[in-house]
Write a protein that binds this ligand. Structure first.
Ligand code: T3D
Length: 259
Protein backbone atom coordinates (compact mmCIF):
# COMPACT_ATOMS: atom_id res chain seq x y z
CA UNK A 1 0.00 0.00 0.00
CA UNK A 2 1.24 3.48 -0.90
CA UNK A 3 2.36 5.75 1.94
CA UNK A 4 0.17 8.51 0.56
CA UNK A 5 -2.78 6.93 2.41
CA UNK A 6 -2.27 5.76 5.97
CA UNK A 7 -4.70 3.09 7.12
CA UNK A 8 -5.38 2.34 10.78
CA UNK A 9 -7.98 -0.23 11.78
CA UNK A 10 -9.28 -0.42 15.35
CA UNK A 11 -12.59 -1.32 17.00
CA UNK A 12 -14.32 -1.87 13.67
CA UNK A 13 -13.25 1.57 12.41
CA UNK A 14 -10.85 2.21 9.52
CA UNK A 15 -9.15 5.60 9.67
CA UNK A 16 -7.85 6.63 6.24
CA UNK A 17 -5.41 9.55 6.38
CA UNK A 18 -4.49 11.53 3.28
CA UNK A 19 -0.74 11.75 3.72
CA UNK A 20 1.02 14.32 1.54
CA UNK A 21 1.25 17.04 4.19
CA UNK A 22 3.93 19.10 2.42
CA UNK A 23 1.55 19.56 -0.53
CA UNK A 24 -1.44 20.10 1.80
CA UNK A 25 -2.56 16.52 0.99
CA UNK A 26 -3.44 17.57 -2.55
CA UNK A 27 -4.21 14.62 -4.80
CA UNK A 28 -1.57 13.23 -7.10
CA UNK A 29 -2.29 10.11 -9.13
CA UNK A 30 -0.64 7.85 -6.55
CA UNK A 31 -2.77 9.16 -3.68
CA UNK A 32 -5.98 8.99 -5.73
CA UNK A 33 -5.36 5.33 -6.60
CA UNK A 34 -4.36 4.54 -3.02
CA UNK A 35 -7.57 6.08 -1.68
CA UNK A 36 -9.66 4.12 -4.18
CA UNK A 37 -7.93 0.90 -3.12
CA UNK A 38 -8.37 1.69 0.59
CA UNK A 39 -12.09 2.45 0.14
CA UNK A 40 -12.61 -0.77 -1.83
CA UNK A 41 -10.89 -2.72 0.95
CA UNK A 42 -13.14 -1.09 3.55
CA UNK A 43 -16.17 -2.13 1.50
CA UNK A 44 -14.98 -5.75 1.36
CA UNK A 45 -13.83 -6.22 4.95
CA UNK A 46 -16.75 -7.32 7.08
CA UNK A 47 -15.10 -6.33 10.37
CA UNK A 48 -14.87 -2.70 9.22
CA UNK A 49 -18.18 -1.05 10.07
CA UNK A 50 -17.29 2.67 9.95
CA UNK A 51 -14.71 4.75 8.11
CA UNK A 52 -13.01 8.02 8.97
CA UNK A 53 -11.37 10.11 6.25
CA UNK A 54 -8.92 12.74 7.49
CA UNK A 55 -5.70 14.53 6.57
CA UNK A 56 -2.15 14.55 7.94
CA UNK A 57 -0.62 17.83 9.10
CA UNK A 58 -2.19 21.28 8.75
CA UNK A 59 -4.61 20.65 5.86
CA UNK A 60 -7.38 18.18 5.09
CA UNK A 61 -6.87 18.32 1.34
CA UNK A 62 -6.10 21.09 -1.18
CA UNK A 63 -7.77 19.27 -4.09
CA UNK A 64 -5.81 18.46 -7.21
CA UNK A 65 -2.01 18.71 -6.97
CA UNK A 66 -1.57 21.64 -9.31
CA UNK A 67 2.09 20.85 -9.87
CA UNK A 68 1.29 17.36 -11.13
CA UNK A 69 -1.71 18.66 -13.12
CA UNK A 70 0.51 21.03 -15.07
CA UNK A 71 3.51 18.74 -15.61
CA UNK A 72 4.03 17.08 -18.99
CA UNK A 73 3.38 13.60 -17.56
CA UNK A 74 0.74 12.10 -19.85
CA UNK A 75 -2.02 12.50 -17.25
CA UNK A 76 -4.92 14.32 -18.90
CA UNK A 77 -7.83 16.17 -17.26
CA UNK A 78 -10.05 13.37 -18.57
CA UNK A 79 -7.96 10.78 -16.72
CA UNK A 80 -7.93 12.88 -13.55
CA UNK A 81 -11.73 13.16 -13.55
CA UNK A 82 -12.62 9.67 -14.78
CA UNK A 83 -9.92 7.73 -12.94
CA UNK A 84 -9.48 9.78 -9.75
CA UNK A 85 -12.30 11.99 -8.51
CA UNK A 86 -15.39 10.40 -10.05
CA UNK A 87 -14.57 6.90 -8.76
CA UNK A 88 -13.70 8.31 -5.31
CA UNK A 89 -17.01 10.19 -4.98
CA UNK A 90 -19.00 7.22 -6.32
CA UNK A 91 -17.25 4.86 -3.89
CA UNK A 92 -17.93 7.19 -0.95
CA UNK A 93 -21.63 7.38 -1.82
CA UNK A 94 -22.12 3.68 -2.61
CA UNK A 95 -20.02 2.16 0.18
CA UNK A 96 -22.65 0.61 2.46
CA UNK A 97 -20.99 1.78 5.67
CA UNK A 98 -20.96 5.23 7.28
CA UNK A 99 -18.08 7.51 6.33
CA UNK A 100 -17.11 10.38 8.61
CA UNK A 101 -14.99 13.15 7.11
CA UNK A 102 -12.79 14.55 9.89
CA UNK A 103 -11.69 17.92 8.57
CA UNK A 104 -8.51 18.83 10.40
CA UNK A 105 -7.63 21.91 8.31
CA UNK A 106 -8.37 23.61 5.02
CA UNK A 107 -10.39 21.64 2.44
CA UNK A 108 -10.17 23.10 -1.06
CA UNK A 109 -11.43 22.20 -4.55
CA UNK A 110 -11.96 18.46 -4.95
CA UNK A 111 -10.86 18.13 -1.30
CA UNK A 112 -13.86 20.17 -0.16
CA UNK A 113 -16.31 18.34 -2.39
CA UNK A 114 -15.06 14.94 -1.27
CA UNK A 115 -15.67 16.11 2.32
CA UNK A 116 -19.25 17.14 1.43
CA UNK A 117 -19.90 13.76 -0.22
CA UNK A 118 -19.17 11.94 3.05
CA UNK A 119 -22.03 10.93 5.35
CA UNK A 120 -21.11 13.15 8.28
CA UNK A 121 -18.52 15.89 8.11
CA UNK A 122 -16.96 17.12 11.33
CA UNK A 123 -14.48 20.00 11.24
CA UNK A 124 -12.01 21.46 13.69
CA UNK A 125 -13.06 25.00 14.57
CA UNK A 126 -9.89 26.25 12.83
CA UNK A 127 -10.64 24.39 9.57
CA UNK A 128 -12.06 26.06 6.49
CA UNK A 129 -13.60 25.23 3.13
CA UNK A 130 -13.15 26.83 -0.26
CA UNK A 131 -14.33 25.73 -3.67
CA UNK A 132 -11.15 27.23 -5.18
CA UNK A 133 -11.99 26.12 -8.74
CA UNK A 134 -13.14 29.52 -9.99
CA UNK A 135 -9.93 31.15 -8.77
CA UNK A 136 -7.95 29.12 -11.31
CA UNK A 137 -10.52 29.22 -14.11
CA UNK A 138 -12.06 25.78 -13.61
CA UNK A 139 -15.60 24.58 -12.94
CA UNK A 140 -16.41 22.65 -9.75
CA UNK A 141 -16.06 18.88 -9.91
CA UNK A 142 -16.15 15.85 -7.58
CA UNK A 143 -19.91 16.23 -7.22
CA UNK A 144 -19.85 19.82 -5.95
CA UNK A 145 -22.57 21.01 -8.31
CA UNK A 146 -24.72 18.03 -7.23
CA UNK A 147 -24.27 18.16 -3.45
CA UNK A 148 -23.82 21.86 -2.69
CA UNK A 149 -27.20 23.16 -3.93
CA UNK A 150 -28.89 20.27 -2.11
CA UNK A 151 -27.00 21.00 1.11
CA UNK A 152 -27.24 24.78 1.29
CA UNK A 153 -29.66 25.92 -1.44
CA UNK A 154 -29.04 27.46 -4.84
CA UNK A 155 -28.03 30.96 -3.79
CA UNK A 156 -25.39 30.03 -1.24
CA UNK A 157 -24.08 27.19 -3.39
CA UNK A 158 -23.75 29.49 -6.38
CA UNK A 159 -21.94 32.13 -4.33
CA UNK A 160 -19.59 29.51 -2.89
CA UNK A 161 -18.80 28.08 -6.30
CA UNK A 162 -18.50 31.37 -8.18
CA UNK A 163 -16.65 33.38 -5.53
CA UNK A 164 -14.58 30.59 -3.93
CA UNK A 165 -14.64 32.45 -0.61
CA UNK A 166 -13.17 30.73 2.41
CA UNK A 167 -15.92 29.47 4.72
CA UNK A 168 -15.12 28.77 8.35
CA UNK A 169 -16.12 25.51 10.03
CA UNK A 170 -18.73 27.31 12.15
CA UNK A 171 -20.21 29.06 9.08
CA UNK A 172 -20.34 25.65 7.38
CA UNK A 173 -22.38 24.23 10.27
CA UNK A 174 -24.64 27.28 10.38
CA UNK A 175 -25.57 26.90 6.71
CA UNK A 176 -26.10 23.12 6.95
CA UNK A 177 -23.06 22.31 4.87
CA UNK A 178 -21.45 20.07 7.48
CA UNK A 179 -22.60 18.20 10.58
CA UNK A 180 -20.42 19.59 13.37
CA UNK A 181 -17.69 22.05 14.32
CA UNK A 182 -15.52 21.04 17.27
CA UNK A 183 -12.86 22.90 19.26
CA UNK A 184 -9.32 21.75 18.50
CA UNK A 185 -8.82 20.14 21.94
CA UNK A 186 -11.90 17.94 21.54
CA UNK A 187 -11.60 17.18 17.84
CA UNK A 188 -9.90 13.77 17.92
CA UNK A 189 -11.95 12.41 20.81
CA UNK A 190 -15.20 13.59 19.20
CA UNK A 191 -14.36 11.93 15.89
CA UNK A 192 -13.26 8.69 17.61
CA UNK A 193 -16.38 8.59 19.77
CA UNK A 194 -18.68 9.09 16.77
CA UNK A 195 -16.85 6.52 14.61
CA UNK A 196 -16.81 3.93 17.42
CA UNK A 197 -20.50 4.50 18.00
CA UNK A 198 -21.30 4.07 14.29
CA UNK A 199 -19.20 0.88 14.16
CA UNK A 200 -21.37 -0.68 16.87
CA UNK A 201 -24.66 0.18 15.17
CA UNK A 202 -26.72 -2.04 12.82
CA UNK A 203 -24.43 -1.65 9.80
CA UNK A 204 -26.80 -3.34 7.35
CA UNK A 205 -29.55 -0.87 8.23
CA UNK A 206 -27.14 2.07 8.07
CA UNK A 207 -25.92 0.96 4.63
CA UNK A 208 -29.48 0.65 3.40
CA UNK A 209 -30.31 4.06 4.91
CA UNK A 210 -27.46 5.49 2.86
CA UNK A 211 -28.81 3.86 -0.31
CA UNK A 212 -32.24 5.35 0.44
CA UNK A 213 -30.74 8.79 1.00
CA UNK A 214 -28.87 8.52 -2.32
CA UNK A 215 -32.05 7.51 -4.12
CA UNK A 216 -34.04 10.27 -2.39
CA UNK A 217 -31.79 12.87 -4.02
CA UNK A 218 -33.39 12.12 -7.38
CA UNK A 219 -36.53 9.96 -6.80
CA UNK A 220 -40.08 11.29 -6.63
CA UNK A 221 -42.15 10.59 -3.49
CA UNK A 222 -43.90 7.52 -4.90
CA UNK A 223 -40.69 5.85 -5.92
CA UNK A 224 -39.09 6.72 -2.61
CA UNK A 225 -42.01 5.35 -0.55
CA UNK A 226 -41.89 2.11 -2.55
CA UNK A 227 -38.16 1.80 -1.99
CA UNK A 228 -38.46 2.48 1.76
CA UNK A 229 -41.16 -0.18 1.96
CA UNK A 230 -39.15 -2.87 0.24
CA UNK A 231 -35.99 -2.03 2.20
CA UNK A 232 -37.90 -2.11 5.50
CA UNK A 233 -39.27 -5.56 4.68
CA UNK A 234 -35.79 -6.78 3.78
CA UNK A 235 -34.06 -5.33 6.85
CA UNK A 236 -36.77 -6.66 9.18
CA UNK A 237 -35.33 -10.11 8.48
CA UNK A 238 -31.86 -9.12 9.67
CA UNK A 239 -30.11 -10.38 12.78
CA UNK A 240 -29.73 -6.83 14.07
CA UNK A 241 -33.45 -6.08 13.90
CA UNK A 242 -34.18 -9.16 16.02
CA UNK A 243 -31.43 -8.15 18.42
CA UNK A 244 -32.62 -4.52 18.58
CA UNK A 245 -36.20 -5.48 19.38
CA UNK A 246 -35.20 -8.21 21.86
CA UNK A 247 -32.83 -5.83 23.64
CA UNK A 248 -35.56 -3.20 23.87
CA UNK A 249 -38.07 -5.67 25.31
CA UNK A 250 -35.51 -7.13 27.70
CA UNK A 251 -34.41 -3.62 28.78
CA UNK A 252 -30.74 -4.22 27.92
CA UNK A 253 -28.20 -2.74 25.51
CA UNK A 254 -28.29 -4.32 22.03
CA UNK A 255 -25.21 -6.06 20.67
CA UNK A 256 -25.44 -5.51 16.96
CA UNK A 257 -23.38 -7.63 14.59
CA UNK A 258 -23.83 -5.48 11.50
CA UNK A 259 -25.91 -8.02 9.61
O1 T3D B 1 -6.65 18.35 -13.55
C1 T3D B 1 -7.31 19.17 -12.88
O2 T3D B 1 -6.77 20.12 -12.32
C2 T3D B 1 -8.79 18.95 -12.74
C3 T3D B 1 -9.14 18.63 -11.37
C4 T3D B 1 -9.48 19.57 -10.49
C5 T3D B 1 -9.76 19.27 -9.08
C6 T3D B 1 -9.37 20.40 -8.18
O3 T3D B 1 -9.32 20.17 -6.98
S1 T3D B 1 -9.01 21.93 -8.85
C7 T3D B 1 -8.60 22.90 -7.41
C8 T3D B 1 -7.18 22.71 -7.04
N1 T3D B 1 -6.88 23.30 -5.77
C9 T3D B 1 -6.68 24.61 -5.61
O4 T3D B 1 -6.77 25.40 -6.50
C10 T3D B 1 -6.27 25.04 -4.22
C11 T3D B 1 -4.87 25.63 -4.26
N2 T3D B 1 -4.43 25.96 -2.93
C12 T3D B 1 -4.85 27.06 -2.28
O5 T3D B 1 -5.68 27.81 -2.74
C13 T3D B 1 -4.24 27.30 -0.93
O6 T3D B 1 -3.03 26.60 -0.85
C14 T3D B 1 -5.16 26.83 0.24
C15 T3D B 1 -6.41 27.73 0.30
C16 T3D B 1 -5.59 25.37 0.09
C17 T3D B 1 -4.39 26.98 1.56
O7 T3D B 1 -3.82 28.27 1.64
P1 T3D B 1 -2.68 28.58 2.70
O8 T3D B 1 -2.33 30.02 2.57
O9 T3D B 1 -3.11 28.09 4.04
O10 T3D B 1 -1.44 27.62 2.30
P2 T3D B 1 -0.42 27.82 1.07
O11 T3D B 1 0.80 28.52 1.59
O12 T3D B 1 -1.09 28.37 -0.11
O13 T3D B 1 -0.03 26.28 0.76
C18 T3D B 1 0.78 25.53 1.65
C19 T3D B 1 1.63 24.59 0.84
O14 T3D B 1 0.80 23.64 0.18
C20 T3D B 1 2.40 25.32 -0.28
O15 T3D B 1 3.62 24.61 -0.48
P3 T3D B 1 5.01 25.35 -0.18
O16 T3D B 1 5.04 26.62 -0.97
O17 T3D B 1 4.99 25.60 1.30
O18 T3D B 1 6.04 24.34 -0.59
C21 T3D B 1 1.51 25.11 -1.49
O19 T3D B 1 2.20 25.18 -2.71
C22 T3D B 1 1.01 23.69 -1.23
N3 T3D B 1 -0.28 23.49 -1.92
C23 T3D B 1 -1.47 23.96 -1.55
N4 T3D B 1 -2.39 23.60 -2.43
C24 T3D B 1 -1.76 22.87 -3.37
C25 T3D B 1 -0.42 22.79 -3.05
N5 T3D B 1 0.48 22.15 -3.82
C26 T3D B 1 -0.01 21.56 -4.94
N6 T3D B 1 -1.31 21.58 -5.30
C27 T3D B 1 -2.21 22.21 -4.55
N7 T3D B 1 -3.52 22.19 -4.89
Amino acid sequence: MSETILVKKENGVAVLTLNRPKAFNSFNREMAFALIEALKNCAKEEEIRAIVLTGAGRAFCAGQDLKEATEDNGVSFEMILNEHYNPIVKLIRTLKKPIVAAINGVAAGAGANIAFACDMTIAKSTASFTQAFSKIGLVPDSGGTFFLPRLVGLQRATAMMMLSNKITAQEAVDMGLIYQCVEEADFESTVTKLANKLAKMPTKALGMTKELINAGLTNDLNAQLDMEGSYQIEVSESYDYQEGVNAFLEKRKPEFKGK
